[in-house]
Write a new protein. Structure first.
Length: 368
């Protein structure tokens, strides 16, 4: 799996999108290298966006690096931590801060934090003055391996998750693995769900490497974690460079998310995203077995890995609420649900599925 120690040598993965290509730099301590940021911020005004958990930990340090990289000004917008902040009201507040601080079309938004921060900072950058540059500096495992790469931005509305947003690619992604040190274990697990998802749909050898390194995963071994991040970024860059706007291939990244998003919204986002995705993957695998698309052995293999890392594979939920939420999701088209299946671990396909079997598998969860 090539998971080498990256303490000494930062690595760069490129997302190839012609003139909008951008580098993902991964390594321990890389945020201290102002030269990584200078091409994007030198002589420009910056707005650093962070939540109330991340700002006290890292905002001063990153503001200092931005200043060292030549930023003309480093303003800051801090919003209350949590998915409940991921709404259009927060976007307006970020844009108003940008306006008050004198940001113009040459200015840059810098996202410092997890998936919620990246989604909102990116969406704000996409709409402020009809689009300005932004940089992703993810601080959670989930953001490092998934949400910071690929340019999907957006907010939730009461009717569903991520229903309002834009595709807006960053100019750079800087992944400093040292930012993971204060990350709570449950948040680390959230990122692991997306790592397992990525391996399950794209890379059987990577999946097997995860299975054979459970002690390193559970111990949060630095070198192994850095290797997992790099491999996920390589795989996601491969997908995004071939299908930026989810016309076809990119849809496979939604594995586990059809059930997962609906379960998450039924809990009013009090459940962590990665936990919901883990449960969603287990249900999608059960559905695939039920439909004859996947072997029971492969489904059991995925479930074993999820359980071995400590992720949940079941939860009590209101079947009716979850089922109706599935049809409000972006992955539902014309009232038909599209599911990602992994016929064999390391491969993926998207299929239309009728409501009956979807409901039958959902009802294997305890009803709230």
């Amino acid at each position: 799996m090539g998971m080498r120690n990256q303490k000494m040598n930062p690595e760069t993965v490129t997302v190839n999108l012609a003139d909008r290509s951008y580098p993902i730099t991964i390594g321990s301590g890389v945020i201290a290298n102002a030269a990584l940021l200078a091409p994007h911020v030198n002589g420009r005004r910056c707005l650093l966006v962070a939540d109330s958990n991340t700002a006290p930990l890292f905002a001063d340090r990153v503001s200092g690096v931005l200043a060292e990289a030549g930023a003309a000004k480093v303003a800051r917008h801090v919003f209350p931590a949590g998915e409940e902040s991921k709404n259009i009201g927060t976007i307006l507040e970020i844009c108003r801060t940008a306006a008050r601080e004198g940001l113009d079309r040459r200015s840059v938004v810098v996202a410092l934090g997890g998936g919620v921060t990246g989604d909102m900072a990116g969406f704000s950058a996409a709409v402020y003055m009809r689009g300005i540059d932004f940089i992703q500096i993810p601080t959670t495992l989930l953001a490092m391996v998934d949400s910071s790469v690929g340019g999907k931005t957006g907010v939730d509305i009461p009717e569903g998750k991520n229903l309002v947003g834009a595709f807006h690619q960053p100019k750079a992604v800087v992944i400093d693995t040292d930012f993971l040190k204060p990350l709570p274990d449950n948040q680390f697990l959230c990122g692991l769900a997306e790592i397992i998802k990525t391996a399950a749909i794209l890379d059987e050898a990577f999946f097997a490497g995860l299975e054979s390194h459970i002690p390193e995963i559970r111990a949060r071994d630095d070198a192994f974690t850095a290797g997992m991040i790099r491999r996920c970024c390589e795989l996601k860059a491969y997908v995004v460079s071939r299908d930026e706007r989810e016309g076809s291939l990119r849809a496979i990244l939604n594995y586990g998310h059809t059930y997962g998003h609906a379960i998450e919204s039924s809990y009013h986002y009090t459940m962590l995203h990665g936990e919901a995705v883990a449960i969603g993957m287990r249900l999608a695998a059960d559905l695939a077995v039920h439909l004859g698309v996947m072997s029971a052995e492969d489904a059991a293999r995925q479930r074993r890995l999820l359980e071995a890392t400590g992720l949940p594979v079941s939860v009590k939920c209101d079947h009716e609420t979850v089922f109706s939420a599935m049809f409000k999701d972006k992955k539902a088209m014309d009232g038909v649900l599209r599911f990602v299946f992994t016929p064999k671990t390391g491969t993926a396909e998207v299929r239309k599925v009728d409501a009956g079997p979807v409901r039958a598998i959902l009802e294997t969860l305890p009803n709230a």
